[in-house]
Design a protein around this ligand. Structure first.
Ligand SMILES: [Zn+2]
Length: 233
């Protein structure tokens, strides 16, 4: 791509355990940086919408060094609507990144290149869980499901975003370049961010009730113990 206009959206999918209620993750902010002006697209009647979407492969790192206090703080920083009684046992952090490039093709027609992906993707499992393999594996598996949701979403993104932007192509192409970039980034982040609903659906009450029960109720027992020891945030 010749130039880039890009935007980021912070997202975290967390394994949150509360004594009573379940918390859900929510998207934080989106930002758009305008790229340099690449010239006006004018007189493009007769051109067909050309949209190319590339999805970057998802890679992630794992970090099990932080305790419940640390993982909870991570989740709170990610704008998760935690109650005071919610604690993070696991967290999958990912930043959406959208790169937008408007250009002219060989015929002088406008063409849109999009690239989507996640960066800084990290799976955290609280270090206290390392003392119980069953519970550790369970929480890690929960986070791996979030990773799988992101992966599938990425694979589907070229088709989904391609359709969205073909539909809006002419409206966008007619905009003044800086606005066009900003609007394209905004729309791409909005569409790409719709994966949120799938994470929320997975983090259901049923899933969390199950999490309380597994491994001989190790997780709620561990939280009780940590609370007595004054080790909860
Ligand atoms: Zn979750």
């Amino acid at each position: 791509m010749r130039f880039m206009s890009w935007g980021l959206r912070l997202a975290a999918s967390a394994f949150l355990m509360s004594a009573a209620a379940i918390s859900h993750a929510a998207p934080a902010t989106a930002s758009a940086n305008a790229a340099p002006n690449t010239g006006n697209i004018s007189g493009f009647s007769g051109c067909q919408p050309v949209v190319t979407v590339r999805a970057l492969p998802l890679t992630f790192t794992e970090d099990n060094s932080g305790d419940v206090r640390t993982v909870t703080a991570l989740n709170r920083k990610s704008s998760l609507p935690l109650t005071q009684r919610s604690f993070g046992l696991g967290s999958t952090y990912a930043e959406s990144r959208v790169t937008v490039g408007w250009r002219k093709d060989a015929q002088g027609c406008p063409a849109l290149d999009l690239e989507v992906g996640y960066q800084k993707t990290t799976v955290h499992v609280a270090s206290e869980l390392l003392e119980n393999q069953c519970a550790f594996d369970h929480v890690r598996q929960h986070e791996m499901t979030h990773i799988a949701i992101y992966r599938r979403w990425l694979q589907e993104s070229p088709a989904r975003l391609g359709a969205v932007f073909k539909e809006r192509f002419n409206t966008l192409a007619a905009l003044e370049p800086q606005r066009r970039n900003q609007e394209t980034v905004r729309l791409a982040l909005e569409e790409f961010g719709k994966v949120r609903a799938q994470h929320d659906e997975f983090d259901s009450d049923v899933e969390y009730a199950h999490n309380q029960a597994v491994c001989g109720r190790f997780i709620p027992k561990m939280l009780d113990r940590l609370e007595k020891e004054g080790k909860l945030p």
